[in-house]
Design a protein around this ligand. Structure first.
Ligand SMILES: C[S@@+](CC[C@H](N)C(=O)[O-])C[C@H]1O[C@@H](n2cnc3c(N)ncnc32)[C@H](O)[C@@H]1O
Length: 176
């Protein structure tokens, strides 16, 4: 998360909001220009289905639908964010291309994804890695901003043009 945005989560009344959160990571949105970089790195096209694990207010999938023509599925544990995301998708005119599910991302069926987007803490990504490896099809692109919890899995690309790194990995072919 950007320093400006992250600090208040620790020291101001926003902390109370964080403590009440059901999730493993507080809500901090990804900037548009970072989404653009990540989707370009992943080569997203209208043939893709992007899963945003921890989809917040839906902006990532709305951006992917509007600017790259992709379909999207957002998994979000906070019910009020899911409602916000659905309303934003409707307002943006993309509600036929994106859907938002209120669910714990560790329990979600992510198998249909062709691209997975994450803006999650390192430890959460590390815990998620076995699921990514077992559930996603070989060739699925995985992108993340700022945190790299997949450290023993070398990224295909790292972009350093934003305040924090943007990462791209590709699910490898499974060994027989
Ligand atoms: C840093 S925000 C990223 C939001 C959005 N993906 C973006 O990049 O703008 C992380 C989101 O993950 C959600 N979250 C945290 N733990 C979760 C969990 N176990 N299952 C589903 N969502 C979770 C939070 O509620 C929050 O909305």
């Amino acid at each position: 998360m950007h320093r400006r945005a992250f600090l208040p989560l620790i020291v101001t009344p926003a902390l109370a909001q964080y403590e009440e959160s059901k999730g493993d990571v507080p809500w901090v949105p990804t900037p548009d220009e970072v989404m653009n970089t990540l989707f370009r790195m992943a080569g997203v096209t209208p043939r893709d289905t992007v899963y945003d694990l921890g989809s917040g207010d839906g902006r990532v999938l709305i951006y992917a639908a509007k600017h790259f023509g992709a379909r999207g599925v957002g998994i979000e544990i906070e019910g009020h964010r899911v409602l916000e995301a659905r309303a934003a998708a409707k307002k943006a005119g993309v509600s036929r291309r994106v859907k938002f599910i209120e669910q714990d991302l560790f329990k979600a069926d992510i198998r249909p994804a062709t691209v997975v987007f994450m803006y999650l803490y390192t430890a959460v990504m590390a815990k998620l890695k076995p699921k990514l490896m077992s559930d996603l099809k070989p060739g699925t692109r995985v992108v993340a901003y700022q945190f790299n919890g997949l450290r023993d899995w070398k990224p295909d690309r790292v972009d350093n043009t934003h305040p924090y790194p943007a990462y791209l990995w590709t699910i490898p072919t499974r060994q027989a």
